[in-house]
Ligand binder design. Structure first.
Ligand code: ZN
Length: 156
């Protein structure tokens, strides 16, 4: 199996069996996001503890395999990390999905980086980039307590 096949396998698997689906009990932050180009929508729920660490995170939503896989992988990766680490990971991911060849984050181990790199295949398809980044923009909105629904059309 080559790298491209492995990546597709992981996306399909997460798309079929998304992790962390539902509404986090006692969440203290949340945000909604919408990608009108593809029809993807997500609602991200976050519970930060008193040290600003992600105690729990989940999402509800519907959409294409890429958007669901991206939300699934994202929620898996940020659980247990501190807010500033999560922000750094989000920036690193958004940079990679648009221009950077690789991830640079020190807050991700190699296994976690491999999971995120699965989504790097969308780079060649600008419409698909929005599917992959939807849940990430929505997570930032939740962390920042912005009370507005994310619309991917507002981002490059
Ligand atoms: Zn989509």
């Amino acid at each position: 199996m080559n790298l491209k096949e492995l990546y597709q396998e992981i996306i399909l698997e997460h798309g079929k069996n998304p992790r962390n689906i539902g509404k986090t009990e006692n969440f203290n932050k949340d945000a909604k996001g919408h990608n009108p180009l593809c029809g993807d929508s997500v609602h991200v729920y976050l519970k930060l503890d008193n040290k600003n660490k992600v105690e729990d995170v989940s999402f509800e939503g519907s959409g294409c395999a890429i958007s669901m896989a991206s939300a699934s992988i994202m929620t898996d990766l940020v659980k247990g990390k501190e807010e500033n680490e999560v922000r750094e990971i989000i920036n690193d991911f958004l940079g990679m999905i648009k221009i950077n060849p690789n991830l640079k984050s020190k807050n991700l181990n190699d296994d976690e980086k491999t999971k995120l790199m699965c989504l790097s295949g969308v780079k060649q398809y600008p419409m698909r980039v929005k599917c992959a980044t939807l849940s990430w923009h929505t997570l930032i909105s939740a962390i920042d307590n912005k009370n507005e629904e994310i619309n991917t059309e507002k981002f490059d």
